[in-house]
Design a protein around this ligand. Structure first.
Ligand SMILES: [Zn+2]
Length: 70
C-alpha cells in the first residue's frame, strides 16, 4: 500500500511561493478570480503572485519534501 501522496499545496515541488505582501496579493487574486470563467484558480494565483512579487520558501505543508502523508 502506498500512502505517499504528492503534496497538493506545492504540487510535489517542495517549494512554496509566498507573497511579499499578503494584502496586495489577496486584492490581486480577487481581481483575477473574477475572470475565473477564463482562467483557472491556479492561474489566477500565479498571475497575482507575479504582480505582487513572491519569495520561494520550503513548503509549509510538507516541509519541502513534496510528499504528503494522508
Ligand atoms: Zn508541499
Amino acid at each position: 500500500m502506498n500512502n505517499k501522496k504528492k503534496c497538493y499545496l506545492c504540487d510535489g515541488t517542495g517549494k512554496f511561493k509566498k507573497p511579499k505582501d499578503e494584502d496586495a496579493f489577496e486584492k490581486a487574486f480577487d481581481r483575477y478570480d473574477q475572470l475565473s470563467d477564463f482562467i483557472s484558480m491556479g492561474e489566477a494565483r500565479e498571475r497575482a503572485l507575479n504582480d505582487v512579487g513572491f519569495t520561494l520558501i520550503a513548503c509549509p505543508m510538507c516541509g519541502g519534501s513534496g510528499e504528503a502523508n494522508q
